[in-house]
Design a protein around this ligand. Structure first.
Ligand code: ADP
Ligand code: ZN
Ligand code: ZN
Length: 792
């Protein structure tokens, strides 16, 4: 017997809909509906049609008289599998956002938005019987019974389906022409004066065994009219075929051979492939060959008939990185990152769901890739903050990876040169198994010499950003035809304008933050809400005309550099120059091809670049992040400097690193100089223990936002009371205090921080807080609950 009632999570993010609602399954759908499919259901008083997910059935009950009915089943096959539904249940316990937002995070956007389905068939009987002899029909144009028939036919493989979203095709197609009748083609007599037709006839005959051609190419070659002529004679047939938007990844990549692993790599590799009992921390200096180990672990996994997920930080998902994987694994690779369009993401997702990809390489959300039979999950640069999503659902990819690895019995590898303190502390306690790579893989590539330059003693009157020492070094390298990478630490820093007379700095009208100067557009922009305005000619405060530019954003530094060293060729890489799709890759290729002497950029250049000709890395301002009100600021500074230092001397030439700083004695900077992760770990752990920060304590941050500041404060105290009432004595509650940037987007932000070592009532307390948003008077209240926040 089919169940008559389905349990559905409706796409309405509220506390009530966090548990599934029961809906009756109409008779014509009972045989078709499955757990994990999307449906449309009437919801609320107005019975508006909403999307939802079937998460279960109620087999026991048969009385449906009180229930609303499912209106439509949206899928032919489940889009969420058993594992994902189970994972969502688990996530709901630690990620304080609604179930629906968790489920949606697992799917490509296209499946979460409104769309229609177009059905096509190649079966002539089906076409004659149901399609009115047309090749396509829209699913929405059919009645319920017809829809049910279509779903059956799809099961039998007689029709295929494509989704059309936002009135735009979500599947990319191209027109192709097929040769259907060679005999007719040969028999065709064309008058001599119809030259083009004759040409095309000859062409088709010559390459008749190819059978299909791009319609557009034929048109280009012979003209639309001539192609149409052959179509009308039924010698050619015109159809549309699907093309994957990701296929351009696979062109122009030469296959890559496995390297012979060195002893350290080999023992790491052996450990990983021989046990999936606990996660591994692969701690290896930059250039020690971690990626080679990942590649071989994945090759081993594939050889066993299993699949693998390789996560890399968004920013380092460069063409360089992707091509390294494609070079090894060819078309078995699917790529997922935020630079893809919705359509491209959907193509990659379908490739994975259809079992056509064995390896998924991607950024954070790729951890949800619907792979079956996973044998290995690898997280490169595991310390990167981009693995934590900073909007709902606020999950950390590492936690999802741990859960999925366990579910599949897969090996999990967390790799880094500078592991997060949390991860390293777990390895210290044997929760993870620690594996070390201490040498650079390329024996000739030495760990670079790092020099720290005390800027208090080397301030130059010629330049605001460069010491003479750094300038001389740059000139010296360029004279030898070597290349230089310069990094500007932009975190917590930017260029701005200020009135020399009264000190006035223009601020965003919506956010408590000074506006950032953009020289290319000659505007002042807010980096939080996007507000832009023109640079004022006179001070709005005192009418003085002495408006001056301050700070050293990348544009400013580039200008300065080209004045100081007029003949050098500079490439700039930052958010502004990499906005366009593919720009990131183009800049790197150009630098790799030697088309510039200096690559100047922000943090984004610190990751994963591997240029043999770079022999000098200069850090222009090492300390800017140290001044941020965030207990992780030392950790971030150490990680960044170690990363960027690893960019020098990747090949045979000796590399040098020069760090300009105003805090030459800070331990994060000094220990980065000697690449001494071990001492940094010890020092920093001491500091965390004394001040009661992670990893000794767990933290939850609650951000309360409201357009009225008094309300924000009032609600913050209300929440504190709820927490106090629910949590045990042992949990500390800090705050409420205003956020470091107290207002953005015209909303005032306050924060509360919970610190605890063990707290049995945490889930209950935080759900009680979440419940607050359900009260009518709190409609304007915005709440963000962030379990283990990465940024403060
Ligand atoms: P990491 O990921 O630790 O930064 P990579 O895997 O990128 O290091 O390796 C650094 C360089 O050394 C790369 O050019 C890589 O091809 C090379 N390499 C890695 N392992 C070996 C090996 N076993 N033998 C020779 N070269 C290697
Ligand atoms: Zn002024
Ligand atoms: Zn703003």
């Amino acid at each position: 017997m089919y169940p008559k009632i389905a349990k559905i999570i409706v796409d309405v993010p509220t506390m009530q809909t966090d548990k599934p609602f029961s809906y009756a399954i109409p008779d014509e759908l009972v045989a078709l509906i499955q757990i994990g499919m999307r449906v449309h259901v009437p919801f609320g008083k107005g019975n508006r049609l909403m999307q939802g997910f079937v998460v279960g059935f109620d087999a026991g009950k048969t009385d449906v008289s009180e229930l609303k009915s499912i209106s439509e089943v949206l899928d032919f096959e489940p889009v969420l599998n058993h594992e994902q539904l189970k994972l969502a249940d688990e996530m709901r316990k630690t990620v304080f956002s609604y179930k629906i937002s968790i489920l949606k995070a697992m799917l490509p956007n296209l499946l979460n938005s409104s769309y229609d389905k177009v059905l096509t068939t190649t079966d002539v009987t089906v076409a004659a019987q149901y399609f009115g002899n047309s090749t396509e029909i829209h699913f929405s144009s059919l009645d319920e019974n017809e829809q049910a028939v279509m779903m059956k036919l799809h099961r039998e493989g007689k029709i295929s389906v494509k989704y059309v979203a936002h009135a735009k095709e979500s599947i990319k197609t191209k027109k192709v022409v097929t040769l259907t009748d060679v005999t007719a083609l040969k028999a065709l007599t064309i008058p001599l004066r119809a030259k083009k037709r004759l040409e095309m006839q000859a062409f088709l005959q010559d390459c008749a065994e190819e059978k299909t051609w791009d319609y557009s190419e034929l048109v280009k070659k012979f003209s639309r009219e001539v192609v149409k002529f052959f179509l009308m004679k039924a010698i050619l047939n015109l159809t549309e075929v699907e093309v994957s938007r990701s296929q351009d990844y696979f062109s122009n990549i030469t296959a890559d051979e496995q390297k012979v692993l060195n002893a350290e790599q080999m023992s790491a590799y052996q450990a990983i492939i021989n046990s999936a009992e606990k996660p591994f921390l692969l701690e290896g200096v930059t250039g020690s060959g971690k990626t080679e180990v990942y590649l071989q672990v994945i090759a081993h996994t594939i050889a066993q008939g299993k699949t693998a997920i390789m996560l890399v930080p968004e920013i380092s998902l460069t063409p360089l990185m992707t091509s390294r994987f494609i070079a090894r694994f060819g078309e078995n690779v699917a790529i997922m990152h935020s630079g893809l369009s919705d359509g491209e993401k959907y193509d990659e997702w379908r490739k994975i769901a259809a079992g056509k990809a064995q390896v998924v390489v991607g950024a954070r959300s790729a951890i949800f890739a619907p792979l079956e039979n996973i044998g290995a999950i690898i997280i490169d640069e595991e310390h990167e903050t981009s693995y934590k999503q900073d909007s709902n659902p606020r999950y950390h990819a590492r936690d999802i990876a741990i859960w999925r690895a366990k579910y599949h019995g897969a090996a999990l590898v967390l790799g880094s040169a500078t592991p997060s303190l949390e991860t390293r502390a777990r390895a210290q306690q044997n929760v993870y198994q620690l594996l070390h790579l201490t040498q650079r893989a390329n024996a000739k590539a030495q760990i670079p010499q790092v020099e720290i330059l005390d800027m208090r003693q080397h301030l130059s009157d010629k330049s605001a950003s460069f010491s003479q020492v750094l300038l001389d070094k740059i000139s010296e390298k360029i004279a030898k035809n070597e290349q230089v990478v310069l990094m500007l630490n932009r975190r917590g820093y930017s260029s701005f304008v200020m009135c020399r007379d009264c000190g006035f700095v223009p601020e965003c009208p919506n956010c408590d933050i000074s506006l950032t100067l953009h020289m290319d557009t000659k505007t002042l922009n807010c980096h939080y809400c996007g507000h832009t305005e023109n640079i004022p000619y006179a001070c709005p405060n005192c009418q003085s005309q002495k408006i001056r530019y301050y700070g050293s954003g990348t544009q400013k530094v580039e200008e300065e550099l080209s004045e100081l060293l007029p003949t050098v060729r500079i490439l700039r890489m930052d958010v502004d120059t990499t906005k366009k799709k593919g720009a990131h890759g183009r800049i790197l290729n150009s630098f790799g091809a030697g088309e510039a002497d200096i690559l100047l950029g922000t943090q984004m250049i610190a990751k994963g670049l591997d240029f043999p000709n770079v022999t000098l890395v200069g850090v222009i301002n090492a300390d800017t992040a140290l001044n941020l009100p965030d207990f992780r600021s030392s950790e971030r500074t150490f990680q960044l400097l170690t990363q960027v230092a690893g960019r020098a001397g990747r090949a045979d030439k000796v590399g040098e690193v020069l760090i300009q700083t105003f805090n030459p004695n800070h331990y994060a900077i000094k220990l980065a100089q000697t690449h001494d992760y071990e001492s940094f770990y010890q020092t920093e752990m001491d500091f965390r223990r004394k001040l009661g920060y992670p990893p000794y304590y767990y933290t939850v941050q609650i951000v309360i936002s409201h357009k009225n500041e008094d309300e924000a404060v009032k609600k913050s105290y209300e929440i504190m009371t709820i927490l106090r009432r629910n949590l045990t004595e042992k949990a500390q509650i800090l705050g409420p205090i205003p956020k470091p940037i107290a207002r953005t987007h015209n909303l005032y932000h306050y924060q509360l921080l919970i610190k605890y070592r063990f707290e049995a009532n945490l889930t209950q307390a935080l759900n009680a807080v979440l419940d607050l948003t359900q009260v009518r008077e709190n409609r304007e209240l915005r709440l963000a609950i962030d379990n283990e926040p990465q940024n403060f």
